[in-house]
Design a protein around this ligand. Structure first.
Ligand SMILES: Cc1ncc(COP(=O)(O)O)c(C=O)c1O
Length: 379
């Protein structure tokens, strides 16, 4: 099913639009998949569209129940209906959370990271400190002593990305407990972006929502989740924040104001259908992604000047090209592959590229063959 090559031309897909001038280059950048969503999602959307009236729509109990059941089943976390606030995106929610701080309060996060972790605080005029991710035992993680030392006295918010974009790390229970302890010690709110939670590829690893660790941690945490990466419906803009602390939720809603008004009704329809009926599809897509990951790993092994640490989740490979001693993003673009430039992920990203491998295998093989040729031509 995932081998099918689907022409995304004429759909204004961002993946193609932004680099229209590079007609023959294969896009392997922005984080969506070149696969069709589960049939249950397509059917539910068709049915809703057939109705023909598309007025303002409320979040219904059935949808929240589907989300609660899905989160329990996937992540063994018990959530409650009152804890949910739907928004049009995780990035929108991150901005809302940054807006909850006072102007003289600051944010701590890590780098290199999904660029909105750095731009959302800046957008809301809050200072951000970004601590470098380190290679620890073959995997990208955090030096917690360094992290703790970097916390400024006015710091009020820890912006956490778990699973981690771009390195694919799934933080362990011990690591999450360290984040939790730090948040308690310095009285920080935690905003945990868990948009990639359902896409853990390493069978020895489990995603743990940080808020599920203890009541104390949960009460200071805003968890951001979404069906968008999981079921490839990013263009529908659906996400939600989960908060058990009533005061925190009131503050989130106040910061949201009417900027993020209602939620798109097709997003609601698709989300409920995916959570109710998408489990088998999800299992299958993860199997396919695991096979694709193997191809990427083999490609890196055959190119000793490239390096790729352990990827536990996501379909985004963070490839270290520093030994090529050239602008790797441009090199691969010239070679016919459009990647994300590591530089755009902030400090520590220079010399890296991010490869999105969620595509039919035949295309991925062509991508890797082009990259191999391009890398071989560097002296
Ligand atoms: C870590 C992370 N957060 C948020 C987003 C975007 O979320 P949304 O489209 O809901 O704003 C992405 C998309 O790539 C992501 O990787």
């Amino acid at each position: 099913m995932f081998d099918e090559i689907i022409d995304r031309g004429n759909t204004h897909a961002l993946k193609l639009e932004r680099y229209k001038n590079y007609k023959d280059a294969i896009p392997a950048w922005v984080a969506d998949m070149d696969f069709k969503s589960p049939q249950c999602v397509i059917d539910a959307l068709k049915k809703r569209i057939e109705h023909g009236v598309f007025g303002y729509t409320a979040v219904n109990d059935g949808l929240i129940k589907a989300a609660i059941n899905f989160i329990k089943k996937e992540h063994n976390w018990d959530t409650s209906k009152e804890w949910f606030a739907f928004t049009s995106g995780v990035v929108a929610s991150m901005n809302i959370v940054c807006g909850m701080l006072k102007e003289n309060e600051s944010v701590i996060t890590t780098t290199p990271i999904y660029p909105y972790f750095l731009s959302a605080p800046a957008n809301m005029k809050r200072e951000v400190t970004a601590v470098r991710m380190r290679e620890i035992e073959g995997r990208w993680s955090v030096d917690f002593d360094e992290f703790e030392k970097s916390i400024k006295p006015n710091c009020r918010l820890l912006l956490l990305c778990n699973p981690y974009n771009p390195a694919g790390t799934v933080f362990t229970k011990e690591e999450l407990l360290r984040f939790g302890e730090i948040a308690l010690k310095y009285d920080l709110l935690i905003c945990s972006d868990e948009i990639h939670a359902d896409l853990v590829l390493d069978k020895n690893v489990k995603h743990i929502p940080i808020a599920s660790l203890s009541k104390q941690i949960r009460e200071r945490t805003i968890t951001l989740m979404a069906p968008s990466k999981t079921f490839n419906i990013a263009g529908l803009q659906s996400s939600f924040a989960i908060m058990s602390n009533e005061k925190l939720k009131a503050s989130f809603e106040k910061s949201m104001g009417h900027i993020n008004g209602g939620v798109n009704l097709l997003a609601l329809t698709a989300t409920q259908a995916a959570y109710e009926g998408g489990a088998v599809w999800l299992k299958e897509v993860k199997e396919y992604l695991r096979e694709n990951l193997k191809l990427v790993q083999e490609f890196v092994q055959n190119n000793p000047r490239l390096k790729f640490l352990k990827l536990e989740a996501t379909y985004l490979a963070w490839i270290d090209c520093r030994e090529l001693n050239t602008d790797a993003w441009k090199l691969f673009l010239k070679g016919g592959v459009i990647l994300n430039d590591g530089k755009s992920f902030g400090e520590g990203g220079d010399g890296f590229v991010r490869l999105n491998f969620a595509m039919p295998k035949s295309i991925l093989k062509e991508v890797l063959s082009r990259m191999e040729k391009a890398a071989r031509n560097v002296l």
